[in-house]
Design a binder for this molecule. Structure first.
Ligand code: FAD
Length: 421
């Protein structure tokens, strides 16, 4: 039985006011805030850590899978493509050129498979997927957000909301500065875990998952490693030396966790690090080339594929694969299936209740199987761009995002480079 204490009533200062408040600075939050700010809204992006990117940087998930449909046609562009272009200008990413997308050439497929850009069961073709440097991604994300005029605030956790009927009026944050409220006209939940939806009392689903902890090794004798028949699971990424190891899942760790439970997360952090070091020792003993390897970096965020997600006005399901919608605001391919496409309807970004709240990224309203596609980083950019554009457009029209018609939103997204089908 839980004991309770009663805290004294307190007054919380309202430290800022904004039009669009984006909570969470992962791929979805970056895109949402940039889109809202470029759409003319005063926009604030609040992130609990000191870096942008979420899983796409701190999680070392540094593979954009995918921007194509698996048949050689690009289906995600917009702000995701802009990020690729920015990274390319810094020589900080690698991807097949357009003339190779969809190619079944076995040598090419093998080249990109070794970089982590080809997944699923064959027969394979080259995908438009991108490997990138996470540190460059962090800096480019800062720049992209600040250049758009976003008011970026790090080191604050969203812990509460103030709701007035069908609208959220404030989000409450905690930090070393104490408890502070930010007043807003619209909120975008890009926390990955649907924290704002849960705090607002909107319906959500929860999934337990086996955690991942991706890591990197250095000081590998690459000639020996590459020619060995006993290669551990790793990818060469953008940098000349060292490897990226996608480590985790039910095969590696003995229990699943609820990623919104801090005790489960504590268990997973400690256990994953312990097991990864044991894996390093095993590689040093068994894997040619790894005799003197060391761990050059753990992901600083556990790899959590699923946690809470909104149960919104529409729940996108596996049966919706290849189905167009009148209110499509983003499209994504599937990283393991060739030719499979999901159109994502605007209603999957909207909760049933709060009219000025939207979701973006891995916590939008989809089922477990559609989530396999919609959680990928390019798709998170796409739904982030849609949510930010919608929030700004709705404010211009003096209405809540929940009442915004799809047609003007789609027109704006296409004008801004998004692909909707
Ligand atoms: C093991 C694994 C492998 C994957 N492989 C790939 C892959 O190869 N390619 C691919 O494209 N995708 C892959 N994905 C999926 C992809 O990485 C994520 O789904 C995607 O990055 C999620 O982006 P997001 O912005 O929605 O959420 P997140 O990246 O989770 O970002 C959420 C942000 O919100 C912040 N935040 C959370 N709560 C709060 C709060 N209360 N207050 C303030 N800030 C908060 C977090 O710190 C974080 O920065 C993989 C995922 C996992 C776990």
């Amino acid at each position: 039985m839980t004991n309770y204490i009663r805290e004294p009533e307190r007054r919380t200062p309202v430290v800022a006011e904004t039009d669009v408040l984006v909570v969470g600075g992962g791929a979805a939050g970056i895109a949402a805030s940039v889109a809202a700010a470029r759409g003319g809204a005063r926009t604030m992006l609040v992130e609990r850590y000191g870096t942008l990117g979420g899983l796409a940087s701190n999680g070392l998930i540094i593979l954009l899978l995918t921007l194509d449909d698996g048949r050689g046609r690009q289906v995600i562009a917009g702000l995701c493509q802009e990020m690729v272009d920015r990274l390319a200008a810094r020589s900080a990413c690698l991807y097949p050129p357009p003339q190779e997308w969809g190619s079944p050439d076995e040598a090419l497929v093998e080249k990109y498979r070794r970089m982590g850009l080809v997944w699923g069961s064959g027969p394979h073709v080259v995908r438009y997927s991108v490997a990138y440097d996470p540190e460059e991604f962090k800096v480019e994300s800062d720049r992209m957000v600040l250049e758009a005029g976003v008011d970026l605030r790090f080191h604050r956790w969203a812990v509460g909301v103030v709701r007035d009927g069908m609208r959220l009026t404030h989000v409450v944050f905690e930090s070393k500065a104490g408890r502070e409220a930010i007043a807003c006209s619209a909120v975008i939940d890009a926390t990955g875990d649907a924290d704002i939806c849960a705090l607002a009392g909107e319906p959500f689903e929860s999934e337990r998952v086996y955690p991942w902890l991706w890591f990197r090794t250095a000081n590998v004798d690459e000639a020996a490693a590459e020619s060995s028949q006993q290669r551990p699971f790793y990818y060469r990424t953008v940098n000349e030396s060292g490897y990226l190891h996608p480590w985790g899942s039910a095969q590696r760790i003995d229990r699943d966790i609820d990623a919104t439970n801090p005790d489960d997360l504590t268990y997973a952090e400690i256990e994953c690090r312990r097991l990864v070091r044991a894996e390093l020792d095993r590689m040093r003993g068994n894997a040619p080339g790894f005799e003197r390897a060391y761990i050059s970096g753990f992901a600083t965020t556990l790899g959590i594929t699923e946690s809470r997600r909104l149960r919104g006005r529409y729940v996108l399901t596996r049966e919706d694969m290849d189905r167009p919608f009148d209110d499509t605001v983003a499209v994504t391919g599937n990283w393991t299936k060739y030719g499979a496409i999901y159109s994502i309807p605007y209603r999957s970004l909207l909760p049933p209740g709060a009219g000025n709240l939207l979701t973006a990224g891995r916590c939008i309203s989809v089922d477990h199987r559609a989530h396999h596609s919609t959680k990928e980083i390019p798709a998170c950019f796409a739904t982030g761009q849609a949510a930010g554009t919608a929030a700004a457009l709705a404010l211009q029209r003096n209405e809540d995002a929940g009442l915004l018609g799809a047609a003007p939103l789609q027109a704006r997204l296409v004008a801004d480079g998004a692909i909707l089908g």
